[in-house]
Design a protein around this ligand. Structure first.
Ligand SMILES: Cc1ncc(COP(=O)(O)O)c(C=O)c1O
Length: 355
């Protein structure tokens, strides 16, 4: 008999990362920060490397304190992970099992589908309206088998936001035995007050996730965090590998979170490049929804036009993300990168439009 993986693993596909064609060139395909991390984070990481013979703090104590201070939340509610992907997959594995349903939205971050498939649960999508999450369509898609509702706000790959009041309405209308996960990986780019959403965590049926990969420019360090009520955290910690955030990453994360001015500056500079790029694309006739993230969704007149643009940009060494995996074949997603690359990308896209 040939050796076989578990049936639900054999049936699933591997999570598709962007096709970068190598790892040595700048890319606009992975929603990485256009700017490096705070110099204070780099220095702290360099110092911490010398202590790498010791396991890292398994309870992320210093980082939880720094986050609590910066975000006005209780340190006891915080769990950290090796990127928020770690927290996404552990939360789903803890709360959904074979045959149960995880409900996301049409364009919710694709990794959620992958994390669901690993558990043997079924991933279901509620339709978005005009590239934005629709609370009404989520509520209409809830079934007795729904265990988790997963909402990205701001969304990826759309970049759009819904108002916090809508998230509160969603929570109020969901059954108490449905866990609501609100993924705010791009939360620092959204100017809404995060406190009403953070406050939902006290109900013990809602989790809020954040990451240092975007606004803090620490994608390579792999640090995410989230707010979890104690009853939920206890289950998620059973699934998490211990010591998963390295000593150097923890030190970088603490210093980065303590440098809020640098983070805000990064967000402001990114938003400035993004909004100018988006506006110039709209003037050239592209459909570009207002983004509250570090990327933009670009809508083309057809799937062929999107494909041709992706190819032409790639020939110019600019890699953007195709969105066939989301069913958005007539769109591309471009991360906000350094101004010079955005200017080159813009020129190519405008020329294509006028050709
Ligand atoms: C919506 C969303 N959530 C979570 C993540 C995962 O980020 P990380 O694991 O780097 O924290 C991403 C990464 O692109 C994302 O777009």
């Amino acid at each position: 008999m040939p050796l076989k993986a578990a049936a639900h693993v054999e049936a699933m596909s591997a999570f598709a990362l962007a096709n970068l064609g190598g790892h040595d060139r700048p890319t606009l395909a992975q929603n990485e920060s256009a700017f490096p991390p705070s110099p204070r984070a780099i220095a702290a990481g360099q110092d911490a490397i010398a202590h790498s013979h010791l396991y890292p703090d398994p309870d992320w104590t210093e980082l939880r304190e720094a986050i609590a201070q910066a975000y006005g939340v209780e340190p006891d509610l915080i769990l950290c992970g090796a990127g928020s992907m770690d927290l996404i997959s552990c939360t789903i594995a803890a709360f959904a099992g074979p045959g149960e349903e995880v409900l996301g939205t049409s364009y919710a971050y694709n990794f959620v589908a992958s994390a669901t498939a690993r558990t043997g649960a079924v991933y279901v999508k509620a339709e978005e309206q005009d590239f934005a999450v629709s609370v009404d369509s989520i509520l209409a898609a809830v079934t007795p088998a729904t265990r988790i509702v997963f909402v990205c706000n701001p969304g990826n790959p759309t970049g759009t936001v819904i108002r916090n009041a809508e998230l509160l309405r969603l929570r109020a209308a969901l059954r108490g035995d449905v866990l609501l996960v609100i993924d705010q990986a791009y939360g620092e780019f959204d100017d809404q007050d995060p406190r009403p959403v953070f406050a939902l965590v006290a109900r013990s049926d809602t989790v809020v996730l954040r990451t240092l990969s975007k606004a803090y420019g620490l994608a390579g360090a792999r640090v995410g965090w989230g707010l979890f009520a104690p009853s939920i955290a206890a289950e998620v910690r059973k699934i998490q590998n211990s010591n998963q955030v390295t000593t150097a990453s923890l030190a970088m994360a603490v210093a980065a979170v303590q440098d809020q001015d640098y983070m805000r500056e990064t967000v402001a500079r990114t938003a400035q490049i993004r909004d100018r790029f988006a506006q110039d694309l709209r003037s050239a006739g592209y459909h570009v929804p207002q983004s509250r993230t570090n990327f933009v969704l670009i809508g083309f007149s057809s799937a062929e036009a999107a494909q041709t643009a992706g190819r032409t940009l790639r020939e110019a060494d600019i890699i953007v993300r195709g969105l066939g995996g989301y069913g958005l074949t007539d769109c591309l997603r471009a991360t906000v990168g350094p101004q010079e690359i955005m200017d080159r990308a813009l020129r190519i896209l405008i020329d294509m439009r006028s050709a």
